[in-house]
Design a binder for this molecule. Sequence first.
Ligand SMILES: [Zn+2]
Length: 379
Amino acid sequence: MAWWGRSALSAFRPWRPAGWRSLFTEVGDVLGEGRQVPSPGRTDMVATRLWGVRTAPCAVGLAVLNSSITGRRRPISFSASASSIFGSGGNSKKEKLFLEDIAELIQARACQRVVVMVGAGISTPSGIPDFRSPGSGLYSNLQQYGLPYPEAIFELAFFSHNPKPFFALAKELYLRSCRPNVIHYFLRLLHDKGLLLRLYTQNIDGLERVSGIPASKLVEAHGSFASATCTVCQRPSPGKDIWADVTEDRIPRCPVCTGIVKPDVVFFGEALPQRFLLHVLDFPMADLLLILGTSLEVEPFASLSEAVQRSVPRLLINRDLVGPFAWRPRSRDVVQLGDVVHGVERLAELLGWTQELQDLIQQETEKISWLLFFLAVHS
Ligand SMILES: [Zn+2]
């Protein structure tokens, strides 16, 4: 989410494991899906590349990483036109791709390991304002909390001194009862069709979960409100446990040590969740990268967009031309500029998914309405 803005560079503190072997053990633990982690014999080579991701400029590290795990790509059967797009020998590759080509690749199942990256732009249609956009509400409303500067609301030092602004903001977002929009449900459909390898989100609103995409398919890079942790004794708790206090303007306290309980949202200076390590395996495996509603200004996201193989098409659906699509475009890049909802609806139309998408939205909206009704009755 653009909440972190450029300052998230400082939020991405290199995560330092005890050693390479433990690093890959943890990647394996995070995966927990029976997928193979790099063999011990390749550990040094790949670990060096992984370390490059986190210490050297990301683009460099990831570019090297790209070439390291290519041996694990599964063979893909292309349709004739898909073959012409991907190419069979190198010089027969189609020069320029369009949105129609991406739709055809998906329909032909030439792309069935889709990695998706999303940012604040997919949540604004749900009524969640961009933290930084002037006039959007949140940014200017923060003045009432007496913050020295807006970003302080997500700084641990300020939070431990004065957690009230953060919980006031959390309450405001909670009470808005925002719901997933057509973009979230398009991604859910992608999952339902077995095409979603992983969804990397910068958003902390949890709408991807609400849309029905399972947690195993998500990497919430900046954390979420789904869980919380005591800032003193580190006792974990379900995120829902804090809301009774938050909605009554009380600071949630640990039942064991009375420390402040903080939702597992990544603050400035905090390490990213361990699940973020999945990118080491996901991006080289991807056969299509879909990027929606993000400025690609926040590292390491911006560099992740370069972590897919060069032969892999990258589709950007966004208001503006951003990141590597602007300053280091690739021949297989496809850019759909303008309103993100319209762009996604256009893609759904080209895929022939429009009716299916509408049915899914109706079905899920009814489910959420019943849930809200149930909660209202029983609260
Ligand atoms: Zn505690």
